[in-house]
Design a protein around this ligand. Structure first.
Ligand code: AMP
Ligand code: ZN
Length: 117
């Protein structure tokens, strides 16, 4: 069923505590943890505890939780004292998505290019 934990999902395993992660924040509906392969001085992933394959699917099925993810992205930036930062939702393998459980990348602490690569 939509939103249910998936046995083969890395981020569902992190939510369940079966795979360790460096948690920086947790709410009733979300978890935030440091990316294992950081692309900037701050690189934190914010995920919903429920499983949806990408951000748009999450927003369609559970809009309040999508809002929680966005608010938590802002709270991570505040905790990390980032004046400027980027929130990225890679969607689809062609855009670099490798984990098909919705997640926001919160990236900051260095200069950034626009347009992105
Ligand atoms: P994406 O490529 O947008 O799907 O993002 C997935 C992110 O998860 C990548 O930036 C990975 O470095 C990160 N990642 C993969 N495995 C782990 C892990 N065990 N703990 C923390 N981050 C991870
Ligand atoms: Zn999952």
């Amino acid at each position: 069923m939509a939103g249910e934990p998936q046995d083969d999902c890395l981020f569902c395993k992190i939510v369940a505590g079966h795979i360790p992660a460096t948690l920086v924040r947790e709410t009733e509906t979300t978890v935030a943890f440091r990316d294992i392969n950081p692309q900037a001085p701050t690189h934190v992933l914010v995920i919903p505890k429920v499983h949806h394959p990408d951000a748009a699917a999450l927003a369609a099925a559970e809009p309040a939780i999508a809002a929680d993810v966005l608010r938590e992205a802002g709270e991570v930036a505040r905790d990390e004292k980032l004046e400027s930062y980027r929130v990225v939702f890679n969607t689809g393998s062609g855009a670099g998505q490798t984990v098909f459980h919705a997640h926001a990348h919160v990236i900051g602490g260095r200069g950034m290019q626009w347009p992105p690569g």
